[in-house]
Ligand binder design. Structure first.
Ligand code: GLU
Length: 480
């Protein structure tokens, strides 16, 4: 059996991080099993149509490197992959259910349904269709259908339990009494999600449904549909919810939830994939950094956890920082140049400045603020830094640094290390006691970008000027 998975989003706007995780799990599992991964656009709900949502979805998948074998723009015999282009199929299939008595026409008006609902709310009983049209005879139904509007509902069993196995949740039982007679086809001839989803999963030969936990309560309806059609249902795996740190459902109010938001802030696709793939499953062991290929090799669908996964932005930041560090120089510079914003750094030495900040970045959108250290004069040292500068050893180190530098033709990040070794040899001062005064003299701060690149960026003369400025009694004694 060839494994076939699908990602079946409804294009309702932005791509939620939870939705991308669903896409990833389907992609990873299909790739691991040597199967096929398809993308199906579930766009039958005309009211929820959002301009540009499909383009957004496709570009998000492509930027994140999740490629599908069949779907929009990659048609094959199982397509089309937009549900709005498959309406005749759903109409044909729902007729079969009407004929076999598994579905029935419902002529109830919106007003009547509203009244039933209000009554149920008042009596504090579960809301749902009261089944008024369930018992219509075939003849009556056919007759009324000639001039009355109707929807088609699934005739779900009234008693007993629906029992099924879910790869993540294990054995699940849901009482049929909790399941409403679901509308399958609306009066405008458009199918609901439930009908279209089941019909497509069958005809597209999907073997594994991997999707968010919010769909678990719909499983009985779907299984009943498979049974009514006489089809075999796919395996199912319902993924745990993504949670805010306070364990509430991940929401916009507590932070960004759109994949686009993260890309816009300078999170790298590989880092986002890595982070999201570990929300609900992890390979065990200490390592947390995995490329997509490594995830494909390590993934175990049977080890997806049941409990919700907390979306920890701190961890994502850390992971993204790790990914930025491992970008090779050319790739990093190419990417980083897109993130300059209004930072007006000396263009001729921009690469040096960008390399200086590389290891301290968590996200690429921090670049402008990190580059600030290269613009204008150094900051006035805070008291702690000023105290450090005033130490005798600091003064000695700075003097040696200025003197040794004066003898050199120029200064590179590499050369800087040699100068520092030479200062150490000459003065016996080392480690923090050596590096900190030089850092403070050059930048005014105790922390910041890589010192070698800062030194290179400033150039020999400016290094000497800044260092002499910090040597007591030498303020006006600059070497020019
Ligand atoms: N269209 C549904 C959604 O937007 C798909 C659910 C499923 O995978 O069955 O989430």
């Amino acid at each position: 059996m060839t494994v076939v998975t699908r990602f079946a989003p409804s294009p309702t706007g932005f791509v939620h991080v939870g939705s991308h995780r669903t896409a990833l799990y389907n992609y990873i599992f299909a790739r691991q099993q040597g199967g096929r991964f398809i993308l199906r656009i579930e766009d039958t709900d005309q009211n929820r149509y959002v301009e540009g949502a499909v383009e957004n979805l496709l570009s998000s998948l492509s930027r994140l490197g999740v490629s599908y074998d069949a779907g929009p723009g990659k048609e094959d015999a199982f397509g089309p992959y937009f549900q709005s282009e498959r309406l005749s199929l759903y109409r044909r299939e729902v007729e079969k259910l009407l004929a076999s008595g598994h579905a029935y026409r419902c002529f109830c008006s919106a007003e009547r349904l509203e009244a039933v609902r209000n009554e149920q709310l008042e009596q504090q009983v579960p809301t749902g269709y009261d089944g008024a049209c369930r018992g219509l005879t075939r003849e009556e139904s056919d007759r009324r259908a000639r001039d009355e509007a109707f929807v088609i509902r699934l005739k779900v069993p009234r008693e007993g339990m629906c029992a099924f196995h879910d790869i993540v949740r294990g054995d699940v039982e849901i009482a049929w009494s909790q399941i409403d007679d679901q509308v399958l086809m609306k009066s405008d001839g458009f199918p609901t999600y439930h009908l279209a989803n089941v019909v497509d999963d069958h005809y597209m030969e999907v073997t594994h449904i991997i999707r968010g936990e919010e769909w678990l309560p719909s499983v009985p309806k779907h299984l009943y549909l498979y049974e009514s059609f006489g089809w075999k249902a796919p395996h199912m795996a319902h993924l745990p919810l993504l949670l805010n740190p306070d364990r509430s459902k991940l929401s916009k109010r507590q932070g960004d939830v759109a994949v686009e938001d993260y890309l816009k802030k300078g999170y790298l696709p590989d880092a986002l994939n890595n982070f999201l793939a570990l929300m609900g499953w992890n390979p065990g062991g200490k390592n947390e950094i995995y490329t997509l290929d490594e995830l494909i090799a390590a993934f175990d669908i049977n080890k997806i956890t049941k409990s919700g996964a907390v979306f920890d932005v701190q961890k994502l930041n850390w992971m993204n920082g790790q990914y930025i560090k491992t970008l090779d120089t050319a790739e990093y510079l190419r990417e980083a140049r897109n993130w300059l914003g209004t930072a007006s750094v000396n263009e001729a030495r921009l690469d040096t400045a960008l390399l200086a900040v590389k290891t301290s970045l968590l996200t690429l959108n921090e670049i402008p603020e990190k580059l600030a250290v290269f613009i204008g004069d150094p900051a006035e040292p805070e008291p702690e830094a000023a105290e450090m500068l005033a130490l005798d050893s600091s003064q000695t180190a700075l003097e040696a640094y200025a003197e040794l530098l004066a003898d050199l033709p120029g200064l590179t990040a590499e050369g800087f290390k040699d100068v520092m070794s030479a200062v150490q040899t000459r003065t016996g001062i080392k480690g923090k006691m050596l590096w900190m005064p030089v850092r403070i003299a050059l930048t005014g701060m105790m922390h910041g970008p890589e010192l070698g690149y800062i030194a290179e960026y400033l150039g020999k003369e400016e290094n000497i000027r800044r260092v002499l400025d910090r040597i007591e009694g030498r303020q006006d004694n600059r070497i020019n």
